[in-house]
Design a binder for this molecule. Structure first.
Ligand SMILES: Cc1cc2nc3c(=O)[nH]c(=O)nc-3n(C[C@H](O)[C@H](O)[C@H](O)COP(=O)(O)O)c2cc1C
Length: 166
């Protein structure tokens, strides 16, 4: 069996996940990088995305929508951390896949966001002091700064190894 790791990243969180997937796959990983035709030849394609508007980012959306009869393992990072939200995102991403593809594994975790996001929340809070919803967004932002962490990476590597039987 051989494997490819295809991913997109804008600030490095998903790259970190992808590097750890490749590490778990070891020498059977024959490709790691951006979406590319040659990555499609692998027995299983590990596909990493960052979350954009509750789905995978556009580049990955285009890549996965072109796949047919492939085994895929989906992994991604999102700014939001609640389990329900992460499940919703991964289900949206699965919805982009052709029905002939098989999802052999999946993983989502939180990923730190840019400081500009916090500045925007703080500005919103100035307009609405004490607003519970905005305060919870700021709390989520602070929590996201700790991710992906060692625990996330260990859980990811374990899932990968489970799927490939290592
Ligand atoms: C334009 C933009 C849109 C985003 N949309 C969402 C979103 O809908 N939901 C979410 O949870 N995080 C969202 N995020 C946060 C990123 O998905 C998150 O920080 C991710 O870990 C970034 O991964 P990367 O470092 O690999 O680029 C968004 C970030 C950007 C820049």
């Amino acid at each position: 069996m051989n494997y490819s790791v295809v991913y997109a990243t804008s600030t490095g969180n998903t790259k970190l996940l992808a590097d750890n997937v490749a590490e778990a796959l070891g020498k059977d990983c024959t490709y790691i990088g951006q979406p590319d035709e040659k990555s499609k030849e692998a027995d299983v394609i590990f596909i990493g995305f960052w979350t954009d508007k509750g789905n995978c980012n556009e580049e990955i959306k285009k890549f996965i929508s072109e796949l047919e009869n492939k085994k895929v393992f989906l992994f991604g990072s999102a700014g939001a951390g609640s389990e329900d939200y992460l499940n919703m995102v991964i289900n949206n991403v699965k919805g982009e896949l052709d029905g002939s593809c098989e999802v052999v594994g999946e993983f989502m975790c939180q990923g730190k966001m840019q400081q500009g996001v916090k500045a925007r929340y703080e500005h919103m809070l100035e307009e609405k002091p004490g607003d519970e919803q905005i305060l919870s967004l700021i709390k989520n932002f602070e929590e996201a700064l700790n991710h992906p962490n060692e625990d996330d990476l260990t859980r990811l590597k374990n899932k990968v190894k489970e799927v490939v039987g290592k």
